[in-house]
Design a protein around this ligand. Structure first.
Ligand code: DGL
Length: 281
């Protein structure tokens, strides 16, 4: 990809949580065009089966590609953990998920090669992080924290209830043979919003790895490599898609207004150009 060209990056999530990944991408690659798809009508993915998540995710990424995405970032940990292979098989462009970058960053951050990963029920049951970390000879304790997503969506980022819930989850996660684990991986799109609270509650020696940030780094590296080796694999039609004045466009399967409101909180920037999408089953 020539350095002067602005790539169109499609970012997919089950809802607004993936805006934490978009934020990290914007911080590193501010001049790209972004198409963000939040499947707000069908979330949460974290309690659904692999087959359902794969079906939803493939429909959404096809939509992003049809609208000009030349590179796909699967911001949703659950969709990455359960359906990355199916998404890759259906996509005609490069696909980057959040699990491998998160596992890579955790491995680099851990001194004693013991890591705790927190995520949704579905992410934890898939053991995708376990496989990625064990392949790097890292011992892992995975812990499902299903109450965090609704608490974050409620905006209870510094609430005593959230703190109490975090204490219960983390004391179990950092117990017995994981008691001396020195890295905590935030394996869910929503958790970066409660990072300050988790920082306080986690044992003092623990480093926090945010898979949103590691993924954005991987995307920047990929684009850097592409810039050296040539243009991305995209069709001529997709290169002509016009995004208007802004470099951010959002698609949501539930109310655009609701997405605008909640999205602004997750992105930390005004979310304006939101289009409601009805994906037929
Ligand atoms: N985006 C999901 C994840 O990162 C959390 C929300 C959901 O369960 O859909 O795992």
């Amino acid at each position: 990809m020539p350095k002067s060209r602005r790539p169109t990056i499609g970012v997919f999530d089950s809802g607004v949580g993936g805006l934490t990944v978009l934020r990290a991408l914007l911080d590193r690659i501010p001049d790209a065009h972004y198409l963000y798809f939040g499947d707000t009508a069908r979330l949460p993915y974290g309690s659904k089966s692999a087959a359902t998540v794969a079906h939803y995710a493939v429909g959404a990424v096809r939509y992003l590609q049809d609208h000009g995405a030349e590179l796909l970032v699967i911001a949703c940990n659950t969709a990455t953990a359960l359906a990355l292979d199916e998404i890759r098989a259906a996509a005609g462009v490069e696909v980057i998920g959040v699990v491998e970058p998160g596992a890579h960053a955790a491995t680099a951050a851990s001194r004693n090669r013991k890591v705790v990963v927190i995520g949704t029920e579905a992410t934890v049951s898939s053991h995708a992080y376990r496989r990625a970390l064990e392949a790097r000879s890292v011992m892992v304790r995975e812990m499902a924290c299903p109450l965090f997503v609704p608490l974050v969506e409620e905006g209870w980022l510094e609430h005593p209830v959230t703190e109490q819930v975090a204490r219960i989850y983390l004391s179990e996660a950092f117990s017995e043979d994981a008691g001396d684990a020195d890295v905590l991986v935030l394996g869910c799109t929503h958790y970066p919003l409660i990072k300050p609270l988790l920082r306080r509650v986690a044992p003092g020696h623990v480093k926090i790895v945010d898979s949103a940030e590691s993924t954005a780094e991987d995307v920047a590296c990929y684009l850097g490599e592409q810039a050296k080796t040539g243009p991305p694999r995209s069709s001529p039609e997709t290169q002509n898609v016009e995004l208007g004045a802004s470099n951010l466009k959002f698609f949501a399967t539930d109310s655009a207004e609701k997405f605008r409101k909640m999205g602004t909180r997750f992105l930390g920037l005004p979310v304006e150009d939101v289009v409601h999408v009805d994906l037929k089953e």
